[in-house]
Design a protein around this ligand. Structure first.
Ligand code: UDX
Length: 483
């Protein structure tokens, strides 16, 4: 280990390098964590892909960030894809593989450069790397820099990923042609009776056990316990039993969720918080004034995150279902989210008219602010983990329509474990949507349990709460590494 001893008048400032996977759902929580550690006085180097960095420079005010945190710097490396590549959900596999294979060398070179100071080797104190970028663990081990892994999934889903090999060995995965998707999965301790085949992570639907994507996640998950510890954006009140199970893989687990809640506590005044809304898309703030005109808990918010795309038939089923529910709706329809040529063109006139009357469609919304708005009474979501946690924090019940990755597991937890919403996975029918929207907005029982989880989320980020204490523990542990 290099000598980083401090002197009386020059204490060592820990230097943390952050490496998120280059997608909105990963960059945002990592950036929030980096800002929290900067507030604790740490030096921070945030490494984006060139593509993400380019987009960030046009959205968040990086100059303000530098002014507020003089020890904060951005650096960027290749993700291996050409600059004009769409990097959409249909090509996410390419991005996963190319980031794994191509980012490694530039990341290593960057670390070596960062560590060379005045002819001496003074490497960063530690690296916090995304849980699906295990090459960072290889390089950290080679350069003897401590590394902490940040898995952006829930504890429940992370635990499920640790059982992928067992699921394959037991013949549960991949699903065979005539498999009963409602069959209960019994080989994941703690989740027996909760998960059915259809609730397993999206990659379990692949046809071959040796599919490169399935093998990619098995390998990435197996590598995580080599790290010094794991950070999860969840809170103990929500997932204590799963977090304790993960203790069999990690000696240090820092549950820091909801990260946005920790800001409200640590930043003291909201103006001291960097806005992460509109991180990679330009947000349409007009929807907030539209919400202002609606009564309490009357509007259903609809958004499928940054990657999910719809085909025209699905678009129309959702549209009819929302209109037929009779409830006002705020819908995020990203310009890149409709597949197929005729996308939103030639939408039936009656839908257009009803939308003008009680709908609002935007390209990208300030989601956290929308969910916190009193007019919102429900969230029709794809069950990405950030959206799920943001909804829990805001006390908004959900209708879940998961598509891939962790989303199938999250939606099951929402409906079965926490009872804060409905799961309509694998169905996209207007009658179902209409009924669930009405049921959700009119169910007192769901609102009660949603309020209870929102209270627990707030308690966890208050001084003395579990996530608050874990952040302090993380800060102290990083300081002790740097001594
Ligand atoms: C991806 C995966 O799909 C998800 O399952 C995984 O847990 C994280 O990575 P994504 O699909 O984008 O992320 O979903 P999600 O995790 O919900 O993140 C979306 C983020 O975009 C949220 O933080 C949300 O606040 C933000 N958002 C979304 C906006 O700010 N405005 C919008 O209009 C829509």
């Amino acid at each position: 280990r290099p000598n980083r001893s401090s002197t009386m008048d020059q204490p060592v400032v820990p230097h943390v390098v952050f490496l998120p996977f280059p997608a909105q759902g990963h960059v945002k929580p990592m950036l929030m964590l980096a800002e929290l550690l900067s507030q604790a006085g740490f030096e921070a180097t945030f490494i984006n892909s060139n593509h993400i960095q380019h987009r960030l420079e046009h959205s968040i005010n990086i100059a303000t960030m530098y002014r507020r945190f003089p020890k904060f710097q951005f650096r960027s490396v290749t993700d291996g894809l050409p600059s004009d590549h769409p990097r959409s959900s249909s090509s996410i596999v390419q991005l996963l593989i190319s980031a794994r294979d191509e980012t490694r060398t530039e990341f290593r070179n960057l670390l070596v450069n960062l560590g060379q100071k005045n002819g001496r080797w003074e490497p960063p104190t530690c690296i916090i790397a995304d849980g699906i970028m295990s090459f960072a663990i290889d390089i950290a081990e080679e350069l003897t820099i401590p590394v902490i892994t940040f898995r952006t999934f829930s504890a429940c889903c992370t635990w499920t990923y640790f059982h992928l090999t067992k699921l394959i060995e037991q013949g549960e995965v991949p699903f065979q042609g005539d498999v009963d998707m409602d069959k209960t999965i019994t080989c994941i301790p703690g989740l027996e009776g909760t998960l059915r085949c259809r609730d397993l992570p999206g990659i379990c639907r692949l046809k071959e056990a040796n599919d490169p994507l399935l093998q990619f996640f098995i390998k990435e998950t197996a590598a995580m316990p080599r790290a010094y510890g794991v950070i999860l954006n969840t809170f103990d009140g929500l997932e204590a039993s799963m977090v304790s199970k993960l203790g069999s893989f990690f000696s240090k687990i820092y549950t820091l969720g909801p990260l946005q809640g920790l800001f409200d506590t640590f930043a003291k005044s909201p103006s001291a918080r960097t806005s992460f809304n509109g991180l990679l898309w330009k947000e349409d703030r007009g929807c907030i004034s539209w919400l202002d005109f609606h009564p309490s808990r009357s509007v259903i918010y609809v958004s499928f995150g940054s990657l999910v795309c719809l085909v025209r038939d699905q678009l129309l089923e959702f549209w009819h279902g929302l209109v037929n529910s009779g409830k006002p709706f705020l819908w995020v329809l990203r310009s890149d989210s409709i597949l197929g040529e005729d996308g939103v063109s030639e939408v039936p006139l009656e839908l257009k008219a009803a939308t003008e009357e009680r709908g609002c469609i935007v390209d990208w919304a300030p989601q956290e602010e929308v969910l916190a708005h009193p007019a919102i009474g429900g969230f029709l979501t794809h069950s990405g983990w950030n959206s799920t946690l943001e909804s829990i924090f805001a006390g908004v019940p959900m209708i879940c329509w998961p598509m891939f990755a962790d989303q199938q597991v999250n939606s099951r937890c929402v409906s079965e474990l926490w009872k804060i919403g409905f799961d309509m996975k694998d169905k996209c029918e207007r009658a179902v949507i209409e009924k669930l929207v009405r049921d959700l907005m009119e169910s007192d029982e769901i609102v009660k349990s949603t309020d209870e989880f929102a209270r627990m989320a707030r308690d966890s980020v208050k001084e003395g709460g579990s996530s608050y204490s874990n952040l302090q523990k993380l800060i102290e542990d990083i300081k002790s590494i740097s001594l």
